[in-house]
Write a new protein. Structure first.
Length: 291
């Protein structure tokens, strides 16, 4: 039986640490950290994220400025909203929930978010820092995966790692962080000819494709570490709406050494890293008032 990577428990531990640090800092600074989350239209994965994030902010003492915009908001209107948040001194973090409705273009909007407040790490300046191995705001989900591996003392250096998925939100920054930790990294994507051949060689397998049961028992190396990033809402055999990952958990779990569950794995870690990034950004911003 595999060890289950308990992201829920680790995230709770991190939130307790953050709560204590925020409590003592805000006395000196005179205001709590602030996080603005912009959600446009309806997206089930985003809705889960926004709900969990608001609860977590409240727990640690971060003020959350949640804004939910109708699906028909224009590119210009959303750009204006971002500019006003950039100029708002009580906002330390700005997160634009992805994906956006088709009439909106995410890339130009991600350029508009001030790199100092880009708690998703998606601005080219922050992605560039990651590529170069510099400190900075980094994408929450891959940062959460790395922290989870560290918590369980899982050796990464020298290992063969495979990342399934190559998005700028998860797959690409994940591969860069695994490389920084000195593993040998391969990235699979939709055009990969033989996915199973690649995944069968993976000692560390991180899956972020958004496809339920993409990874079957035949596709994993016995004794591997499997991290499931996928968040898919499906209807189960009893007609209920449930969340599942990209890995056939029941089939894969008996074969591997470590596996992260969905829910309770990477998702809560993403939220914890978002809070951590917001605190980091706040500390950068208020360092003068602390001297
Ligand atoms: N747990 C969390 O905290 C968290 C955070 C973010 C996202 N997610 C979830 O993680 C999943 C991925 O998110 P994302 O934002 O990275 O999604 P995305 O932008 O849709 O990217 C998915 C990536 O997977 C690749 N892919 C899709 N089907 C594939 C297949 N059959 N074989 C190989 N590669 C395949 C795509 O390839 P192409 O680009 O070539 O099409 C793309 O690179 C989703 O389920 C999302 O909800 C979870
Ligand atoms: N800009 C941006 N950044 C993101 O990190 C992001 C988006 N957009 N859009 C949606 C996806 C999906 N993300 C998620 C999705 C779920 C959880 C989460 O907390 N999952 C929990 C609870 C699931 C449940 O309530 O059942 C889990 O245990 O997996 C976190 C981040 C983050 N994502
Ligand atoms: Mg999860």
């Amino acid at each position: 039986m595999a060890n289950v990577l308990d992201g829920k428990a680790l995230a709770q531990k991190i939130r307790t640490q953050l709560q204590q640090e925020i409590q003592s800092l805000q006395v000196k600074v005179g205001r709590p950290p602030g996080l603005a989350v912009l959600m446009v239209g309806e997206n089930p994965a985003s809705a889960v994220y926004v709900r969990n994030k608001e609860r977590a902010c409240e727990q640690v003492g971060i003020v959350s400025f949640g804004s939910h915009f109708p699906a028909n908001i224009s590119q210009a209107e959303l750009t204006e909203v971002i500019h006003s948040l950039n100029n708002n001194p009580t906002v330390d973090g700005i997160l634009l929930q992805l994906p956006l409705p088709p009439h909106l273009n995410a890339i130009p909007l991600l350029y508009e978010i001030s790199p100092d407040k880009d708690v998703d790490g998606l601005h080219p300046a922050n992605m560039g820092r990651l590529v170069r191995g510099e400190a900075g705001l980094r994408s929450c989900t891959p940062a959460g995966v790395m922290q989870l591996l560290r918590e369980y003392n899982i050796e990464v250096a020298g290992k063969d790692a495979v990342v399934v998925g190559a998005s700028i939100l998860v797959g690409k920054p994940m591969a860069l962080m695994l490389l920084e930790a000195e593993s040998t990294v391969s990235i699979a994507h939709i055009k990969t000819r033989d996915l199973a051949k690649l995944t069968c060689d993976a000692e560390i397998l991180v899956v972020a494709a958004g496809y339920p049961k993409l990874i079957t028992p035949q596709m994993v190396k016995p004794g591997a570490v499997v991290v499931d990033v996928g968040i898919n809402r499906i209807t189960d055999y009893e007609g209920r709406s449930v969340i599942v990952g990209d890995v056939d958990f029941a089939g894969v779990e008996p074969l591997v050494d470590y596996i992260s569950p969905v829910p309770g794995g990477v998702g809560p870690m993403t939220v914890a890293m978002l809070l951590q990034n917001t605190l980091w950004s706040y500390k950068q911003r208020v360092q003068y008032s602390l001297q």
